[in-house]
Structures are given as structure tokens and as C-alpha cells.
Design a protein around this ligand. Structure first.
Ligand code: ZN
Length: 462
């Protein structure tokens, strides 16, 4: 058993101070799970002290780790105008060069950065499986082990989502450039079985049919029969071109088709779901699935805006992900989720209340944070996102002396974190009670960054 003492902690449920409680003693068991939360206690001599505001860890529900290394490399306009599909060509060229060592070094750098921003669990939507020539590695799970190794080195809780990828578009064969991603159903089933025994403890195994354009209907059915309870993540309706192709091929829009042909429920995470009709929005909200939103990547790729106001009004669940990692900053994801809706609807505090749009007096920051924390934990089946009995001791200590929080009452703190933060206010992070970030940096940041820099020099000079 371990004991922690938090001078101020953000606890579930409304209190007079907007969820903030003082002098909170927390005990944990050997697995790093919380066994008691008791506000109003003096600090015991053996307690680990966290002085300052403490948030629960957030789940980052959508990551393609290797794309961290191409952030900044796809911001040059091409002769015919740039869009998602030209970005994807850059991504393919990059994906075809990476070695297993490269993948591990990049993922470790990424996870160290995520932890330093207060993300304590990641959903790794992992589609780089095979050797550069497309043949499986001798161990078919080689690149998955590299992702797991990066999580272990950094202390990140991993929900590993191996991707099933088979076709290059609706009714089209996969292209040569997709050769590292591809599986038939038997190979995919074997990969899951290989991985299952080692994704234990703080790690989870789920599955990820890549998208309706990459997985034919009968294959999707076969994949879903491989596991009845783990998380299921899928890219859906990110691009209008994809919606049009789906309609032409199936007669239905992607979200509509999925809701009609799969038992979408609370184990599902529909990533992006950007382009939905009012009917699709209502049905997705009612399904209890999580919408996986990645506002900075969706902006970077010019995807469009998710109908968040309508979706939340109907009780829809969401979580956030950093996806292509052009930003690794939870506060920025939440800020841009809200700002997108403000720009579109020409109003303010659009996501502060549900149901029924803006609730007078409701603060936007806590609403965004609470929803993303709960949705992210659900989507990854990770016991994070709340400081409560049965959850993991994932703590994010903010710098209570930061200028952005000066003089604020506790109930304004999350608004300030999301809407006024420029520097990273996170000082310390604990995962399962283990400290992995100190003084704003991952405890192994130097060694991890040195290895990452060497990999990047090699990749960019070749
Ligand atoms: Zn993605």
C-alpha cells in the first residue's frame, strides 16, 4: 500500500469549489489502483506530497506513433493544391522507410512527450506491421513489440489497437505503398493471439478495422467475431471524398452503414466521424460509443468540423486524440474543439452545457475536461480519467504558481488551463502511483530524446 497527499485535487462530482477538494489523502494497492480517497486530512509523514492542483490523467485515444516523426514535413504546398490525400502520399513515403528500432525510438519520444502533457494512457492505432518489402517479420508482432517497449520504457499505459487493413479503397485492391499494413483475416487473428498474453497489467488489447474503405464488409464481420469484449476503433467519415465513395459503393454513408451493419455500442470508438447527417449524429449519440475527436489533426488535414454541439446535446460521448501528433497538448485539443464550434456557430461557450446547449452559469473548461476524461477512459478500457476508488493512481500536478492561475478561484482553474495556457503548466505526472514526469520533463527525457535525434538525422539524410 502507498499513500499520497494532494493539497488540491479535482474529484468527480460537484462540490462547492467546482470539483476541487483540499488536503486529499489517497491510498493505493500494489497494482497502483486507488483504494481510498479522503479529503480534509493532514499529510501523513510517509505520504508522497503533491503540492498544487492535481488533475486525473487523460487518455489520448488516437495515436499513430510513427507520424510524430513527420510533423512539420508536410506543410509545403504542392502545385495542384494540398489536401488529406496529398498528405497521405508523404505519410506513405515515410512509413516505407522505418526500421523496428526507428519505430521504437519515435514512439518512446512521443510517449514521453505525451506524459509530460498529462496524457497517461494512449490508444495506439497501429498499422505498420510488416518489413519494408511487405513480408511479415519472423515474429509477426515485431513492430507491436516495439510499441509495447516504448510504453514500458516511458511508463505509459497502452491500449494497443492492431489495425486490420486489406483494401486500397471501396472495392479496390491495396496499392504497393500500403504493403506494410496488410493482413488477411487469418494473419490478423494470429497477430491478436500472439499479442494477447503480453498486453496485461496496465496494458490492454483491442482491435482496429482501419476504415470501411480498407476493410470489406465480410472481413469486418469476421474480425469482430475474434473478440467479444475489447475496444474496437475505426476511422470513419473523416473526408467528404470518403463519404461519397462509400455512398457510391454501398448506397449508404459511412456512419449510417456502420450503425446498420455492426452492433456499435460502448466498446466502440468512431474516430473522426466528422461528416454526419442529423440522423447519423443522433444515432451515434444514442449508441453509447465514443466519438474519437482529434481537433488539431483534423484542422491540419482540413477535414471539416465535427457536429459537436448537436452531438453533445443528445448525450453523445467523446474523447480526444493527437492522431498525427502535429500537437501533443490536451489543453490545445480541448480549446480547438470549442473554438471550431464558436467559429462555425458564431457564438461562445458552445460546449458548456448538455443537454440543451449553453447552460447559464456552466463553465466550459470543466465540461470539456470531464467529457474527454470519461470518454477517453471508456474508449481505451483504461481505469484513468478520474481520481476515485478503483481507478489507477494517474495524477497530473499543475504548477499552482504559474502566472496563468494567479489569483483564480479553484472553479476557474480548468478554464484557465484550457483557454489561457501557453507554456506547459504540468509539473509532475504519476501513472499507477509511479512518478514519470518531474519538473515538467519525463524522467528519462534526455536519453529518449538523444536516441530520437539520432533516428531523425538518419531518416532525413537518407
Ligand atoms: Zn488516425
Amino acid at each position: 500500500m502507498r499513500r499520497f497527499w494532494l493539497s488540491r485535487a479535482y474529484l468527480p462530482g460537484d462540490t462547492a469549489a467546482g470539483g476541487w477538494a483540499s488536503e486529499v489523502e489517497i491510498t493505493t494497492d500494489a497494482a497502483g489502483l486507488i483504494t481510498a480517497v479522503q479529503p480534509g486530512r493532514a499529510a501523513a509523514v510517509d505520504a508522497v506530497r503533491l503540492d498544487g492542483p492535481v488533475l486525473p490523467g487523460l487518455a489520448n485515444l488516437h495515436s499513430h506513433a510513427f507520424q510524430r516523426a513527420m510533423a512539420g514535413l508536410a506543410e509545403i504546398a504542392g502545385p495542384a493544391g494540398d489536401d488529406f490525400w496529398t498528405w497521405r502520399e508523404t505519410m506513405y513515403r515515410f512509413a516505407l522507410t522505418l526500421s523496428p528500432e526507428d519505430v521504437e525510438a519515435i514512439a518512446a519520444q512521443l510517449y514521453a512527450e505525451m506524459l509530460a502533457q498529462g496524457y497517461t494512457a494512449v490508444g495506439e492505432f497501429h498499422y505498420l506491421h510488416h518489413q519494408t518489402d511487405g513480408r511479415p517479420y519472423d515474429d509477426r508482432a515485431e513492430l507491436s513489440w516495439r510499441i509495447l517497449a516504448a510504453a514500458e520504457q516511458t511508463g505509459m499505459a497502452l491500449t494497443h489497437l492492431p489495425v486490420l487493413y486489406a483494401t486500397g479503397g471501396f472495392g479496390k485492391p491495396a496499392s504497393e505503398r500500403q504493403r506494410r499494413f496488410l493482413h488477411d483475416i487469418d494473419g490478423y487473428a494470429a497477430l491478436l493471439e500472439r499479442l494477447r498474453p503480453r498486453l496485461t497489467g496496465r496494458h490492454r488489447l483491442g482491435m482496429a478495422p482501419h476504415s470501411l474503405r480498407a476493410v470489406p464488409a465480410e472481413m469486418l464481420r469476421a474480425a469482430l467475431s475474434l473478440d467479444a469484449s475489447g475496444p474496437v476503433h475505426i476511422h470513419i467519415a473523416e473526408q467528404t471524398g470518403e463519404v461519397a465513395e462509400c455512398e457510391a459503393f454501398t448506397g449508404q454513408r459511412p456512419v449510417q452503414w456502420l450503425l446498420d451493419h455492426a452492433a456499435v455500442d460502448a466498446r466502440w470508438c468512431l474516430v473522426h466521424a466528422t461528416h454526419m447527417t442529423a440522423d447519423e449524429t443522433a444515432r451515434l449519440a444514442a449508441s453509447q460509443a465514443v466519438a474519437g475527436l482529434c481537433p488539431t489533426t483534423e484542422a491540419n488535414l482540413g477535414d471539416g468540423l465535427f457536429p459537436a454541439v448537436e452531438y453533445l446535446r443528445q448525450g453523445g460521448r467523446f474523447g480526444i486524440g493527437s492522431d498525427s501528433h502535429i500537437s501533443i497538448n490536451a489543453a490545445e485539443e480541448l480549446r480547438w474543439l470549442e473554438y471550431g464550434q464558436r467559429l462555425f456557430h458564431r457564438g461562445r461557450n458552445m460546449l458548456s452545457g448538455a443537454p440543451g446547449a449553453a447552460t447559464p452559469g456552466a463553465a466550459t473548461g470543466p465540461k470539456l475536461f470531464d467529457a474527454a476524461a470519461a470518454g477517453g477512459a471508456q474508449a481505451l478500457q483504461q481505469p484513468t480519467g478520474a481520481i476515485a476508488v478503483g481507478r489507477r493512481a494517474d495524477f497530473v500536478l499543475l504548477d499552482g504558481n504559474a502566472a496563468q492561475f494567479a489569483g483564480l478561484p479553484p472553479e476557474r482553474l480548468l478554464d484557465a488551463w484550457i483557454f489561457s495556457g501557453q507554456p506547459n503548466a504540468v509539473r509532475e505526472v504519476y501513472v499507477g502511483g509511479e512518478r514519470v514526469v518531474a519538473e515538467g520533463r519525463h524522467v528519462k527525457a534526455e536519453a529518449i530524446a538523444a536516441r530520437y535525434r539520432a533516428v531523425m538525422r538518419k531518416l532525413l539524410s537518407s
